[in-house]
Design a protein around this ligand. Structure first.
Ligand code: NAD
Length: 270
């Protein structure tokens, strides 16, 4: 719930309107980001997977989000309708937060080589990487005055993280896509960045074999020796989405308590 977070209030997002996609429940990273943006005065619409209304509506209402639309990133008609609803609600938008990913559970365990199917690989790529390009194209049409696009990624794109498998490859594509989107939309004053968050306890993590271990190991291996906090990830999103981030684009910002800088565990943990 919003009141569980310690997020700074203010007016950094006053007068700004935008979309957050990917709230499934109160543990979702999208929810943490939405709470932070609301606490700084943003006006938002939520795009959520069809069928999630009953879960998402009370959360949205609790932070004053009035516009909710179902949107399945694999279904062009539903994306068309969702963006039409956003345009009707806001006209122009200033930001779009993409916090969406999916891979078949069977492919998030064991051998990457043996367990990756063509169908599963393409599905993970479609939902977790291509969808950001699609959202960027649709959002840009609603950003005549420039804007900011943010997506969520994980270190499994750069390093081998056991069991992350297909999703790691999809995240690598997502990060590369972020740079190409940034280059294309830069002249229109639209920035695109990715936040590489440390492992956090969400529905998506539960789908990965050994997901809980990823959190414990991430903490033990990190420079700060602590879990990645929702406040930290939401704060980075606020920076990138607001005018504070005006000169940053095409970047992958690690918000993982310093997990990514380590090469070997501390001697005591080896
Ligand atoms: P989550 O399960 O709360 O959010 C994932 C969202 O994706 C859900 O809202 C789900 O409904 C949505 N989604 C899945 N398929 C969709 C589709 N076809 N169309 C529309 N929406 C769809 O989990 P989360 O951890 O908050 O994930 C948000 C983002 O953060 C993802 O990109 C994830 O990879 C990334 N991330 C998560 C972690 C972590 O440890 N939890 C770490 C780094 C990055």
């Amino acid at each position: 719930m919003a009141e569980d977070f310690q997020m700074p209030t203010g007016e950094l997002m006053k007068g700004k309107k935008g979309v957050v996609m990917g709230v499934a429940n109160h543990q979702s990273i999208a929810w943490g980001i939405a709470c932070q943006l609301a606490a700084q005065g943003a006006e938002m619409a939520f795009l959520h997977l069809p069928g999630m209304e009953r879960r998402v509506q009370p959360l949205a209402e609790s932070i004053g989000v009035k516009h909710l639309s179902p949107a399945d990133v694999t279904d062009d008609a539903s994306m068309e309708a969702a963006f039409a609803a956003v345009e009707q609600a806001f006209g122009a938008i200033d930001f779009f937060v993409h916090a969406v990913a999916f891979a078949n559970k069977d492919e998030l365990k064991g051998s990457f080589v043996e367990n990756t199917t063509r169908e599963g690989f393409l599905r993970a790529m479609d939902i977790s990487a291509f969808s950001f390009v699609d959202c960027a194209r649709r959002s840009a049409r609603l950003m005549p005055n420039g804007g900011s696009l943010v997506c969520l990624t994980y270190l499994g794109s750069e390093r081998v993280i056991p069991n992350y498998n297909t999703m790691g490859v999809a995240k690598a594509a997502l990060e590369a896509a972020t740079r190409y989107v940034a280059r294309d939309l830069g002249p229109k004053g639209i920035r695109a960045n990715a936040i590489s968050a440390g492992a956090m306890r969400t529905l998506s993590l539960a789908g990965i074999s050994g997901g809980r271990g990823m959190i414990a190991q991430g903490r033990a291996f990190s420079a700060l020796k602590e879990d990645t906090s929702m406040e930290g990830v939401a704060g980075a999103a606020l920076w990138l989405v607001s005018d504070l981030g005006r000169s940053t684009t095409g970047e992958v910002v690690h918000v993982d308590a310093g997990f990514h800088i380590m090469g070997l565990p501390d001697e005591a943990e080896a």
